[in-house]
Design a protein around this ligand. Structure first.
Ligand code: BGC
Length: 695
């Protein structure tokens, strides 16, 4: 039975000395807050990371830290592909279970930054290019974690969409893009799920470091959205502790030696007063109180590591996204007698990206083992790794290709596994390309040339440019980074034991040059890399990644499908797309309007031969807007499971925000009069039903 400490915050504020209070405003070490033993105030323990617990056991200078093993769930880009709020909630609850077992009070996640650019090294940690989808899944995750008495830290607030120059780059974002794209996921989660903490980002936002940005942390987060938790700095994001306190940042992390002195000096010189300090200490005491009151909830948790691993398997099952299935090459037919599997990633899969989110997996399944298992005695499975283990520099060597080509030639079907690695998708660095390594692309083409019955399975945390080989193979399975259970899930999908239902939560462009923040010039070479304020001869400052000081979000609201669809650009895979082994029929759209809100209903039927899940997506399109608006925007979705021939009616409520834009005239959300189309689709580019209402 846990002991709940009864805390009287008002009394504690009168009992704490000013020195004790100031000391509480920075960490006691890397992962915990300062305790005050004299007054029985315990410390709060925090730990990474978003898709599983990463608790450090021992820091090892010059090497990766030793960590406690935990269940490694699919990364957020994979979770987002499930479009399943219920699963996100279960995943949050399961991660909280690992936190409880490891005595962690606050999980440092979820990360809900927008995917502005596919190069961002942390895209695998983030959910989507769409704020509505990220907001819904993020709300479910926070609810899941906190339902078990473990706090969350919603991060990185805000405008942190690149790793290049992350500590000093100024994200220059116009107000509409901020309100309509970069803030709504945070806003929804803060208002609906009440995260215990919010973590500020490293970067500057419109000229001010997020850690000392009072407009962001106080005016918007607390006054407008009613946030009642505390703001924690990202690790080392505080540059001026006094300014950050004035901006209402309660807790600086990790422990910082100069923090106490600078705050004490400012207090003695009357630059801050006891009220400023008490505001922050009170927030931290409220957090301590929440932790202590959560003891009973935590006590009730009885699930085991196996149960949590099973949740991770379910998420992985629904995340696998089937992008191409020509001639119904999948699921693997009983007629196949010899199956050739290629790629080291089949035996040693990449299950997550690198950096502070890296979980030490308690268990890791390899697709090859499960392929062999499901093939049984009926199908002969032959395997060639084809390339070596990737090194620190990510140099890859193709090995024994002639023998592999021979295997492919003799087989009825080939499965080629390729992957990005934790060295290509990694915190602190952006990718410099969105293509697979050239050796891998060449390998796919060579193997496909000798056997066209080829399916490529891609392990990556974000979108990649597949145009070099996509049209030449028959099947493409995007497995994202699926966590420890992913090997089993991929095999289940390949053999039809699981019917795929993943849908892209980010658009796959044809190439990097087509992406909205790309300037059509070699941006990296035109950056102010030497930081002297000049961009090189004849160059002009580029949108992404900026000039080393500023990143201009010139594309404004138009990221992801909002860009491609408004400007009618061809893409490789649209937003919201994913195939199934069955088919769905949409019918009977009904829209019931009530002033500025509406209820959308339609019927959906499984017309194929096997059970399947479909995500019905609702987009809103203002027909003749008075102001510049994206062609359409996602405003609702439902995932349904249907047996063959089964039909269900789905219902989606559209609130006023679904029709609004952020008015720069009113500095508020506004619905303009006029017609709005309601588009019901199976992806952003496959609209099945359309209706119209007048506001
Ligand atoms: C990352 C955060 C993480 C923190 C603690 C920072 O570098 O940006 O996401 O939670 O470290 O590891």
């Amino acid at each position: 039975m846990a002991l709940t400490v009864v805390m009287n915050i008002d009394r504690l504020l009168t009992q704490l000395t000013i020195d004790e209070k100031i000391a509480m405003l920075t960490g006691s070490d890397t992962w915990s807050t300062v305790p005050v033993k004299r007054l029985s105030i315990p410390s709060v323990v925090v730990s990474d990371g978003p898709h599983g617990l990463r608790k450090v056991k021992e820091e090892r200078p010059g090497q990766d830290a030793l960590q406690y093993p935990a269940v490694c769930f699919p990364t957020y880009s994979a979770l987002a592909a499930t479009w399943n709020d219920e699963l996100a909630q279960q995943m949050g609850a399961a991660i909280a279970g690992d936190c409880i077992d490891n005595k962690v009070d606050v999980l440092l996640g979820p990360g809900v930054n927008m995917k502005r650019n596919p190069l961002c090294g942390r895209n695998f940690e983030y959910l989507s290019e769409d704020p509505y989808l990220a907001g819904r899944l993020g709300t479910a995750l926070v609810n899941g974690v906190q339902s078990r008495g473990i706090g969350t830290s919603l991060k990185h607030f805000a405008g942190n969409s690149q790793e290049v120059d992350r500590f000093w780059v100024n994200s220059e974002i116009d107000e509409r893009a901020l309100r309509e794209i970069y803030l709504p996921a945070f806003e929804k989660i803060v208002k609906e799920a009440k995260p215990w903490t919010v973590m500020c980002a490293y970067n500057l936002l419109n000229g001010v470091h997020c850690s000392q940005n009072r407009r962001l942390l106080f005016n918007i987060l607390r006054k407008e959205w009613g946030f009642d938790g505390i703001v924690v700095s990202d690790w080392g994001a505080v540059h001026d502790r006094v300014e950050s306190l004035k901006a209402s940042l309660e807790l600086e992390m990790p422990y910082c030696k100069t923090s106490f002195e600078s705050l004490k000096k400012a207090y003695e010189e009357d630059r801050i007063n006891e009220y400023d300090i008490d505001f922050a200490v009170e927030g931290i005491l409220r957090l301590v109180k929440k932790v202590s009151e959560a003891a009973d909830l935590r006590d009730k948790v009885k699930d085991t590591t196996d149960d949590r691993y099973n949740v991770s398997k379910q998420v992985a099952d629904e995340a696998v996204t089937l992008l191409k299935n020509e001639d119904e090459i999948l699921p693997i037919s009983k007629k196949i007698k010899k199956l050739a599997v290629f790629g080291l990633a089949a035996a040693d899969p990449t299950i997550q990206g690198g950096g502070s989110a890296g979980v030490t997996p308690i268990r890791k399944s390899a697709p090859l083992d499960y392929i062999r298992k499901l093939a049984g005695d009926d199908i002969e499975v032959v395997y060639a790794p084809c390339y070596n283990q990737m090194t620190l520099t990510s140099i890859l060597e193709i090995q024994n290709l002639p023998a592999a080509l021979n295997l492919a030639y003799e087989a009825d079907m080939s499965l080629i596994f390729v992957s990005d690695t934790i060295r290509t998708e990694l915190e602190g660095f952006d990718r410099n390309s969105i293509r697979l390594q050239p050796e891998l692309e060449k390998m796919i083409l060579q193997l496909t040339a000798v056997n066209p019955n080829t399916v490529v399975v891609v392990q990556a945390g974000s979108v990649i440019d597949m145009s070099e080989w996509f049209y030449k193979v028959k099947g493409v399975v995007y497995s994202w980074y699926l966590g420890g259970a992913g090997g089993e899930s991929v095999a289940d999908v390949l053999f039809g034991k699981v019917n795929p239902s993943g849908k892209t939560a980010e658009t796959f462009p044809l190439c990097l040059e087509d992406t909205p923040a790309f300037d059509g010039i070699d941006s990296i070479s035109l950056c102010d890399t030497d930081n002297d304020g000049s961009f090189g001869q004849g160059a002009y400052p580029c949108a992404y990644p900026g000039n080393g000081k500023v990143s201009w979000y010139r594309e404004g609201m138009f990221i992801g499908y909002r860009f491609y669809d408004t400007w009618k650009k061809e893409v490789l895979i649209p937003f919201g797309f994913g195939l199934s082994y069955t088919q769905f029929e949409y019918s009977k759209l009904k829209i019931v309007q009530d002033e500025n809100t509406a209820r959308v209903e339609c019927k959906i039927k499984n017309t194929g031969k096997c059970k399947g899940r479909e995500t019905v997506q609702i987009y809103v399109r203002p027909v003749q807007p008075y102001v510049l608006r994206p062609e359409k925007e996602l405003k609702g979705y439902v995932k349904v499971e249907l047996e063959p021939n089964e039909q269900k009616t789905i219902k989606v409520e559209l609130d006023e925000r679904a029709f609004s834009y952020y008015s720069m005239n009113d500095f508020d959300w506004k619905v303009d009069k006029g017609y709005y189309e309601i588009l019901v689709g199976s992806s952003s580019r496959d609209i099945k039903l359309t209706g119209k209402i007048k506001m």
